[in-house]
Design a protein around this ligand. Structure first.
Ligand code: NAD
Length: 482
């Protein structure tokens, strides 16, 4: 159990408002019970409810959700599985007021990650926040400041960081095992369905506290399905690029040891084939310039062709990265292989991926750091999660400040840029197979935006710089001074 003095200290601290707390600096010892609450339990939060109790010394004590139906279902399931009742919280602020909570897991939508983390740190809780690290670039900096100021452990849920075989292998890549790296490619080639077009103005589910769900974001509702489909609206989500992009772009960046922002970004993308009111691209190409090597990323949410159920593949991968070196190439995702110039496998890269797609190893790593009180023990601190998530935000900003051009004009426009040109021809062929009328279709072409990696700002686009931060809806405001 946590010592009385720690709980007394936490109780005294939380009597003050969430936003004005000085965090307790008392560390949970190796044998103290760590009391965890999972916030947001619809999708991935369910796996956290199942995973955290498996870690010795950890007790999940509560669940929180803005949807009372989701909260009821998950707490009932938990009781059946683990044989005790969870405390139910219908408001994230009540979790932060509770002195008997040591750590929280934020499995809530992207627009809540920044504020949820800052509030959590201010309330003296350690935080495991899901990817993407933040909803915008500025708030990630605030998260980092809050973690430091209140001496909190904050892990970002980019779980492959906890694979020791990748930790070891990427060190070798950086030391030159593939020869000089010429380029890195990421692919996320999946298949999703259209979200449709609501015929009537949608109403929030009767069981949801919509004001709280929207938090820092506007409350206008434009989607028919309340949960999950927020990913495809900019106020809450960050497109597929910010949804599954953090996993892939993190691997790209990690492989070459790029520990800062790129020096430029270019985006090409659009939403095709679906008749719906989603706002974000379902087909997206990104290019990032780094001193070490360029990164390109291709995203497709459409199947191989109209009416098909299968997904595209690139070098046998639907999801993953290709690191092309002068001597050899790495192709992989959770595990991978090194191939020689003739495509022959010369080495397998594999190791323990644990359970739940790597998330269990990542949770264990979080708990280890909570016990040691060392951010350096984390495999994905805010700093690491931010650098990878920022690649998604930069790409989305290039898209948003871009201009529509005729799809047919694209090959000529990118002809001088071989990597983009190559990806573009694959994209056009794929869209054609999905019934897109090429002569009439347009594509959003983001201009190449120069970035200053030191200031983490765009060099000459004021329109782009304005998108580094959002407008927050009171009282759900990430403070300037955390
Ligand atoms: N690491 C991974 O592999 C992984 C996988 C899936 C999802 N995720 C991330 O996890 C997050 C959640 O995704 P999901 O698919 O479970 O979404 P979801 O929409 O299915 O569920 C989110 C839940 O959070 C609740 N919620 C919203 N605002 C809340 C608030 N202020 N307080 C309490 N509850 C609130 C909603 O009511 C809902 O039940 C996203 O950021 C997503 O990117 C990570």
């Amino acid at each position: 159990m946590i010592s009385l003095s720690r709980r007394q200290f936490l109780a005294a601290a939380s009597a003050t408002a969430v936003t004005s707390l000085t965090a307790p600096l008392v560390a949970a010892g190796a044998n103290d019970e760590l009391r965890v609450v999972v916030i947001g339990v619809n999708g991935i939060g369910k796996t956290h409810l199942n995973g955290f109790p498996q870690i010795p010394g950890v007790k999940v004590v509560g669940a929180c959700d803005a949807d009372s139906a989701v909260l009821g279902t998950r707490t009932e399931e938990f009781n059946k599985k683990f044989g005790y009742s969870l405390k139910k919280y219908d408001d994230i602020r009540r979790v932060y007021d509770d002195p008997d909570v040591d750590a929280v897991v934020l499995a809530i939508p992207n627009h809540w990650h920044g504020l949820g983390t800052v509030w959590g740190c201010q309330a003296g809780k350690d935080v495991y926040t899901e990817k993407p690290c933040s909803h915008n670039i500025w708030e990630a900096g605030q998260m980092e400041k809050a973690a430091k100021k209140y001496d909190r452990i904050v892990q970002v849920g980019i779980q492959r960081r906890s694979f020791t075989h990748l930790q070891d292998f990427f060190q070798e890549v950086q030391a030159g095992v593939l020869g000089k790296v010429k380029q890195v490619k990421g692919v996320y080639l999946t298949r999703r369905d259209s979200i449709g077009r609501p015929t009537m103005p949608p109403k929030p589910l009767a069981t949801v506290n919509h004001d709280l769900w929207c938090g820092p974001a506007p409350t206008k509702l434009e989607r028919a399905k309340y949960h999950y489909d927020w990913h495809w609206f900019w106020d809450y989500g960050n497109a597929e690029l910010g949804n599954n992009g953090p996993h892939i772009l993190d691997l790209c960046r990690w492989a070459i040891g790029a520990e800062e922002f790129p020096t430029s970004v270019t985006s090409i993308g659009g939403r095709y084939a679906w008749d719906d009111n989603g706002q974000t691209p379902n087909t997206h190409i990104l290019r990032y310039q780094y001193a070490t090597a360029p990164i390109t990323f291709e995203i497709r949410d459409l199947p191989t062709a109209t009416g098909k159920k299968d997904t595209c593949k690139y070098m046998d991968l639907s999801y993953g990265i290709i690191v092309e070196g002068e001597d050899a190439t790495y192709v992989g995702f959770d595990t991978g292989k090194v191939i020689d110039k003739n495509g022959k496998t010369i080495r397998e890269i594999s190791g323990n991926t644990g359970s739940d797609g790597g998330r269990q190893l990542h949770r264990e790593n979080f708990v280890k750091a909570v016990r040691s009180r060392k951010t350096s023990d984390l495999n994905c601190s805010v700093k690491t999660g931010h650098l990878s998530t920022a690649l998604c935000h930069l790409g989305n900003i290039s898209h948003q400040v871009g201009q529509p051009v005729h799809l047919n004009s694209l090959p000529e426009r990118v002809a001088q840029q071989p990597l983009l040109s190559d990806a573009t021809s694959r994209m056009i062929e794929h869209l054609s197979a999905n019934g897109v009328d090429l002569p009439s279709a347009t594509v959003q072409l983001g201009e190449t935006l120069e970035i200053n990696p030191k200031t983490e700002k765009f060099v000459s686009s004021e329109a782009a710089n304005q998108r580094l931060r959002r407008e927050y809806r009171a009282p759900y405001i990430v403070p300037d001074n955390v």
